[in-house]
Design a protein around this ligand. Structure first.
Ligand SMILES: NC(=O)c1ccc[n+]([C@@H]2O[C@H](COP(=O)([O-])OP(=O)(O)OC[C@H]3O[C@@H](n4cnc5c(N)ncnc54)[C@H](O)[C@@H]3O)[C@@H](O)[C@H]2O)c1
Length: 387
């Protein structure tokens, strides 16, 4: 019988904005032994060497993720490369029995996410304890955890309406000019819904589940010289008759980040780091059905809800739970397959938006793949014309 590993031998692929920070998080996590690093840009590896390893030996380095996976130097991989490469790297890792922690979004399309989940299922047949985790670190934040707790415990009662205005993702022309893979159909696969809002969309489905139908309007390059969407307003219809609104933009300054969740027992509002509960003494429905008043709502108490925050960004905690799941079977922050819900919401919104706000079912999210192929082709043709 093999002796159980004490630390997770981790490799990180993609050492850009996010992956560079992941190196620091991994080095500060006792359950991790950072054994390999990979980037196809040698300058990024050099930067990591200068900043983190000036006084200690550098982990073994690779320019090719597949070579790192095949090297036998890692038991788990943290994927923080641009979106389209999440899928092939995940597939290669699971084929080799390497555990995966993937950055958001899981993939650009629902079909891609399904392929990744199928590869995990196949991998588990050979190695039952194979772990697939997603980097949804906002699920560790105190106020979001408290909201989830208040919903699950029934404090709010039946949910009636949820409205999230999250337009504080402001980005300038200079940000988009920094270029590369960003804000292109071929490089990134989407705009504000694929890059900036995945955490919000994951939280939305974590709080209130998945809708049946979506209607979305918005703009492609409405305020920036980009091909992809930079403003979206969506309405979500749920099987139980409740509704949600999701409004996001990279072109509002000052922006807003305000979440309202209304249940029969009252209303939760999160804004400016304050969580407020407007709590009805009796349920709105019970009051409405029985009172002899015509306009007056039930007695309502308004108070701030205390919550505690761990004081970190949360990425390190997700990395730690990934290691502890593998080493000690402790629960993950977010199971990898749960990432498909955010991709489904993103894709369904885009299918609706690209058809001028037509209402679509969430099952129609898969139509995005065909629409995306057309957008990619048109973008390549436009680039060819410009040359
Ligand atoms: N969870 C978060 O808070 C958060 C924040 C920012 C970005 N992200 C996600 O992290 C990922 C990377 O984003 P970023 O902003 O760091 O991008 P980036 O462009 O700054 O970095 C990507 C890095 O990957 C390298 N790379 C690209 N393709 C590669 C390949 N096939 N093999 C090896 N190296 C490769 C590039 O050279 C670059 O260094 C994306 O999925 C993004 O959505 C997550």
């Amino acid at each position: 019988m093999s002796t159980p590993i004490k630390k997770l031998r981790l490799g990180i692929v993609g050492l850009g904005n996010m992956g560079f920070s992941h190196v620091g998080f991994a080095l500060n996590t006792a359950d991790i032994q950072l054994t390999a690093l990979c980037d196809n840009d040698p300058a990024r590896l050099e930067k990591v060497r200068e900043v983190y390893f000036a006084d200690k030996p550098m982990p073994v380095t690779f320019s090719d993720a597949m070579a790192m996976i095949d090297s036998g130097t890692i038991d788990g991989i943290l994927i923080s490369v641009p979106h389209y490469d999440h899928e092939p790297i995940t597939l290669a890792a699971f084929a080799k029995g390497v555990h995966v922690l993937c950055e958001k979004p899981l993939m650009v399309t629902v079909q891609g996410a399904k392929t990744m989940i199928a590869a995990w299922e196949a991998g588990k047949k050979r190695k039952p304890d194979l772990v697939f985790a997603a980097m949804f670190m906002q699920r560790t934040w105190g106020h979001w955890k408290k909201i989830k707790d208040l919903i699950v415990s029934g404090e709010l009662g039946r949910i009636v309406r949820t409205t999230w205005v999250v337009t504080d993702w402001f980005r300038t022309a200079q940000y988009y000019r920094s270029g590369g893979w960003r804000a292109t159909w071929n490089g990134e696969g989407g705009g504000v819904l694929t890059n900036q809002s995945p955490h919000n969309l994951d939280l939305l489905q974590w709080f209130i589940g998945m809708p049946e139908k979506i209607t979305a309007i918005g703009g492609l390059g409405k305020y920036h010289d980009i091909a992809v969407e930079d403003e979206v307003s969506a309405t979500l219809q749920y099987a139980d008759g409740s509704v949600a609104h999701f409004i996001t933009s990279t072109a509002e300054s000052p922006g807003t980040n305000r979440l309202e969740i209304v249940g029969e027992n009252g209303k939760l509002v999160y804004e400016n780091n304050v969580l407020t509960f407007h709590r009805n003494r009796v349920s709105m429905k019970a009051w409405s059905d029985t009172t002899n008043q015509g306009f007056q709502g039930p007695e309502c108490w308004t108070f701030p809800v205390p919550f505690t925050h761990h004081g970190e960004s949360g990425h390190r905690l997700v990395i730690q739970t990934f290691a502890r799941k593998i080493l000690h079977n402790e629960p993950l922050v977010a199971e990898g397959p749960e990432g498909i819900h955010q991709v489904t919401l993103t894709n369904a919104m885009m299918v609706s938006l690209l058809q001028g706000g037509k209402t679509v079912s969430t099952a129609q999210a898969e139509e995005f793949e065909g629409l995306l192929a057309g957008l990619k082709k048109a973008e390549l043709q436009k680039q060819g014309t410009k040359k």
